[in-house]
Every structure is written in structure tokens, then in C-alpha cells.
Write a protein that binds this ligand. Structure first.
Ligand SMILES: CC(C)(COP(=O)(O)OP(=O)(O)OC[C@H]1O[C@@H](n2cnc3c(N)ncnc32)[C@H](O)[C@@H]1OP(=O)(O)O)[C@@H](O)C(=O)NCCC(=O)NCCS
Length: 145
């Protein structure tokens, strides 16, 4: 939750509360992974630097949240979390990853570099800090899925 609170810009209201995370995990088809600054899973009592939360569907895995604490960015942790997600998803029987992203989020560079491609648009899906609305782009991986 410390990474959640540090990683997401409060202006967009994208961070989940502890309660939302707990409720999602209770359902059973939702899971998370933590990464330490070392690029490995945190050892006992070692702080997390990043995480993902994902939901398994029928032959698809949806990335719900991906966050790296600001002081640990551009070190490859986000990319490694996506590697882990793809591997985990495959082991769970999913051959396709999906995610939805606010248009203009620099995370797009990471997703495209990983091989995600845009497959859809939800107009005015997110609320903008200015009070306006922002489109959501749906990305899929691999590209031909
Ligand atoms: C998106 C996020 C998870 C990326 O984590 P990260 O650990 O910094 O990503 P990586 O270091 O693995 O980046 C790998 C590559 O992705 C691209 N990239 C990542 N962040 C980028 C940014 N802010 N701007 C431009 N390119 C970026 C770069 O190509 C980068 O390689 P490089 O550093 O060699 O140029 C992190 O910026 C974050 O937590 N953002 C806020 C939360 C968020 O918006 N999450 C996504 C929506 S759920």
C-alpha cells in the first residue's frame, strides 16, 4: 500500500484503497506480485519498490494496476514486473494480456516497448483533474492476439 500511495498521482484517483485490494484478492481470481529495489521479490522485512495486481479471466489476464515508487523508476522494475506477469499468466493458462490506460500516461512507452498494441478506445472513460474527461485505451499483448 505504501507503493500504491506513492506511485499514483492523486489527481487522477487511480490508486486503490486497502479495502478495494483486499476485496479483490478475496474473490480468488486476482493476484499480485511485489518487487524490491534489487529487482527480486522482497525478502522478509524488505520493502517493496513496485507491484502489479492482475485478474485472470478465460484465457486472458487483465493487468489492473502496475506501480513503481517514484525513487525507483527507470531502473527496469516495471519491465520486470511485466515479464513476471506474462510468465504467471501463461502458467495460469492465459495466452493474452489486456490492460486499460488513461490516454497520455507515460506508462504507454513501457507497454509499447514490451510489445502491447492498442486494440480499443473508451471515450471519456477517466475523469481529468481539470474536471474534463480522458479517453481510455485498451492494449493487448501479444500484438496478434
Ligand atoms: C509506469 C511505471 C510502472 C514504469 O515503471 P518503471 O520501473 O519506471 O519502468 P521501467 O524502468 O521498467 O521502464 C522500462 C522502459 O519503459 C519506458 N518508460 C518507462 N517509464 C517511462 C516514462 N515515464 N516516460 C517515457 N518512457 C518510459 C522506457 O522505454 C523505459 O526504458 P528506459 O528507462 O531504458 O528508457 C511507473 O512510471 C509508475 O509507477 N507510474 C505511475 C503509475 C502508473 O501510471 N501505472 C500505470 C497505469 S496502471
Amino acid at each position: 500500500m505504501a507503493v500504491m500511495d506513492a506511485a499514483f498521482d492523486p489527481a487522477y484517483g487511480e490508486a486503490w484503497t486497502r479495502r478495494q485490494v483486499e476485496d479483490a484478492l478475496l474473490v480468488g481470481n486476482t493476484q499480485y506480485r511485489l518487487i524490491a529495489a534489487t529487482g527480486q521479490p522482497p525478502l522478509d522485512h524488505e520493502a517493496a519498490a513496485g507491484f502489479f495486481l492482475s485478474r485472470t479471466g478465460f484465457e486472458e489476464e487483465e493487468l489492473l494496476l502496475l506501480g513503481v515508487a517514484p525513487q525507483y523508476r527507470r531502473l527496469g522494475l516495471g519491465r520486470r514486473l511485466l515479464d513476471w506477469l506474462a510468465k504467471d499468466a501463461r502458467e495460469r493458462g492465459a495466452d493474452r494480456l489486456l490492460l486499460e490506460m488513461r490516454q497520455g500516461n507515460p506508462a504507454e512507452n513501457l507497454y509499447r516497448a514490451f510489445g502491447f498494441t492498442p486494440i480499443g478506445l473508451r471515450p471519456s472513460y477517466y475523469r481529468a483533474p481539470s474536471g474534463g474527461r480522458i479517453d481510455a485505451i485498451t492494449f493487448a499483448w501479444p500484438a496478434n492476439s
